[in-house]
Design a protein around this ligand. Structure first.
Ligand SMILES: C[S@@+](CC[C@H](N)C(=O)[O-])C[C@H]1O[C@@H](n2cnc3c(N)ncnc32)[C@H](O)[C@@H]1O
Length: 313
């Protein structure tokens, strides 16, 4: 069976997709305590809970694939365009350090859409050239949850696939677009009363405005810097890690009982996670942050399927 190791594993969205595609995920690394708790609740493989900078590359088991959605704050517009000057941007070079030692046949990286535009493309060229210098052939693409994963969330991400094998890269294709057949109403249940905590209550500073502005039970909204935003009725706004810090940034809906935030499990469903994936024993803030940090699983599954085929052919 083809094997994989996971860096910056978070709650294991990429891990889950690779497992679904048939890979044996044998080892993972993650620093955040609560992300590790969620990971361990849902996976049985080894998880090294520590700073990747302290991981000895010789301790990482050899595997066919190395993957990681390295921290994206430094590359997203929200991260003030600091790129590689930011400590978190430099974590890309930790992947390089480990790949150099373990020599995986495939490296799959995930990051924000903005990665390829950052610093007039210089950041991306550095990543590309570094992988090429390591002996890898590189393909990249921007894939969206709604366009490539049949998931109604606005979420475009950059994926970089690097192959040590010339034949493999020539056989590999990123998955193409597929129709969106799942709507937000297939994921949300507006006639089920959630815990009071999720509802805006009288006295809350946003209560009156939200109740005046959000009248329909079909839309999905979010409070952002310009007020109440709604993009399209068919797609959820992008789930972001800042939902953990600022609860008011969690997408909102009107249901039969009032106006409320999506629950962490609804957020997970909007990332294409299965219902048996569980949060246990972690603060709500951490659960929201984890939902914003993770990937749209069906998109990654389609990429992983295409990689898996290369090991079979
Ligand atoms: C964008 S998230 C990746 C999420 C993951 N793909 C998932 O499905 O949940 C980046 C992750 O890198 C972790 N991280 C940040 N700095 C780290 C470090 N120095 N060592 C190990 N992990 C780190 C964060 O805690 C976060 O979970």
């Amino acid at each position: 069976m083809a094997t994989a190791v996971s860096l910056f594993a978070g709650i294991g969205g990429i891990d889950l997709a690779f497992k679904q595609a048939g890979f044996d995920v044998i080892w993972a690394n993650e620093l955040d305590k609560f992300a590790c708790m969620t990971y361990r609740n849902n996976f049985t493989n080894v998880l090294a809970e520590r700073d990747v900078k302290s991981v000895n590359a010789t301790d990482v088991p050899k595997a066919d694939v190395l993957f990681g959605g390295f921290p994206c704050q430094s590359f997203s517009i929200m991260g003030y365009q600091r790129g590689f000057n930011d400590e978190r941007g430099n974590l890309f070079f930790e992947i390089v350090r480990i790949a150099e030692k373990m020599q995986p046949r495939v490296i799959l990286l995930e990051n924000v859409k903005n990665l390829i535009y950052h610093d007039n493309g210089r950041t991306f060229i550095t990543i590309y050239n570094t992988l090429a210098e390591l002996g890898y052939f590189v393909k990249y693409s921007i894939l969206g949850a709604s366009t490539h994963g049949n998931i109604p969330q606005e979420r475009d991400r950059t994926f970089i696939a690097a192959f040590s094998d010339f034949d493999m890269i020539n056989r590999f294709e990123f998955p193409g677009e597929i129709p969106l057949t799942i709507g937000i109403e297939d994921i949300l249940n507006r006639s089920f009363k959630e815990d009071d905590f999720f509802y805006y209550q009288p006295g809350n500073k946003y209560y009156d405005t939200l109740n005046r502005k959000i009248l329909d039970k079909t839309g999905i909204y979010r409070i952002d810097d310009s007020g109440i935003a709604t993009n399209k009725y068919t797609l959820s706004p992008t789930l972001k890690a800042n939902m953990g810090t600022y609860h008011d940034r969690v997408p909102l809906i009107r249901d039969d009982f009032g106006i409320r935030k999506l629950t962490p499990y609804e957020c997970l469903a909007l990332q294409g996670f299965p219902r048996d994936f569980k949060f246990k024993g972690i603060p709500l803030e951490a659960a929201y942050k984890q939902c914003g940090n993770t990937v749209c699983v069906p998109v990654v599954k389609r990429i992983a399927d295409n990689i898996y085929k290369l090991f079979k052919e």
